[in-house]
Design a protein around this ligand. Structure first.
Ligand code: GLN
Length: 257
């Protein structure tokens, strides 16, 4: 809910493009988009949501933030082909001009170079320097919390916690020099071994955290909004976040952090 006492600054609308919202939407990752929408609306910031699906060439110019959610292996396969064919060039251009690109789980894997399942290699768009392999062994499932350090993270910047839920068969390895999004406090993260979770290159971010991610970590939603609008996070009006704080704490408790 808005904090009516705070001064209202005007911003241009946040223009979001959801990639394959019908296919890459496991665990209701659409909730992440709703959080962005509400937090903009509560601050009087416009919010424009578009989507780009199979067979649609991506014109990246009208967007500030691109979102691709999680998906089953078979849906990822379909999307991967289309991503390369119709959206890779646009996404690279968008990332190069500083637009936010956020990938969750299956979407995260597709932002890397490849996702290998046995003999098959599903290509990714290569925005993040990483590869994913579906190894033998159990799926990596459970509550997860990571320690994140983001520049410009707003008031109380420095180390922050992201908490959520992960469920992936793929194990992701970051190339040398590829920054992780955070360090695993509880859970598996990229591969259950390295202690790294997610990846970040500038405003391109990937993570295995569903939860869904943003309802349980609204500080991160605000950070993304600020990055996408190219403003410092502290310029966004504070909101009355009692319920949101509870949601965050409950996700942390579930992970044991
Ligand atoms: N299909 C991918 C895997 O199992 C991603 C799953 C997901 O998005 N939750 O690794």
């Amino acid at each position: 809910m808005p904090d009516s006492a705070s001064a209202v600054e005007t911003f241009p609308p946040l223009r979001v493009c959801a990639l394959y919202p019908d296919l890459m939407n496991i665990y209701a990752d659409r909730g992440n988009l709703l959080v962005l929408e509400r937090r903009c609306a509560w601050r009087g910031i416009g919010f424009e949501l578009s989507s780009s699906g199979l067979g649609e060439r991506l014109d990246e110019r009208p967007y500030d933030l691109f979102y691709i959610g999680g998906g089953q292996d078979r849906d990822q396969r379909l999307c991967a082909e289309d991503l390369i064919e119709n959206k890779r060039a646009g996404l690279h251009a968008a990332a190069a001009r500083g637009a936010v690109v956020l990938g969750v789980c299956g979407g995260y894997q597709l932002l890397g170079h490849s996702y290998t399942l046995g003999e098959e290699e599903i290509p990714g768009v290569g925005l993040l320097d990483l590869t994913t392999v579906r190894e033998d062994g159990p799926r990596l499932i459970g509550n997860v919390a990571i320690d994140v350090s983001l520049d410009d993270a707003g008031p109380g910047a420095g180390r922050r916690v992201l908490a959520g839920f992960e469920n992936h068969g793929g194990r992701t390895r970051l190339a040398e020099g590829q920054e992780a999004l955070g360090r695993v406090l509880k859970g598996y993260g990229n591969d259950g071994r390295s202690g790294a979770e997610g990846a970040r290159s500038g405003n391109t971010i990937g993570t295995y955290l569903h939860g869904p991610l943003l309802p349980k970590n609204v500080w991160f939603a605000d950070w993304l909004i600020a990055r996408a609008l190219s403003v410092a996070p502290e310029r966004l009006a504070p909101l009355e976040d009692g319920l949101e704080r509870e949601a965050h704490l409950s996700a942390r408790r579930a992970a044991g952090v």
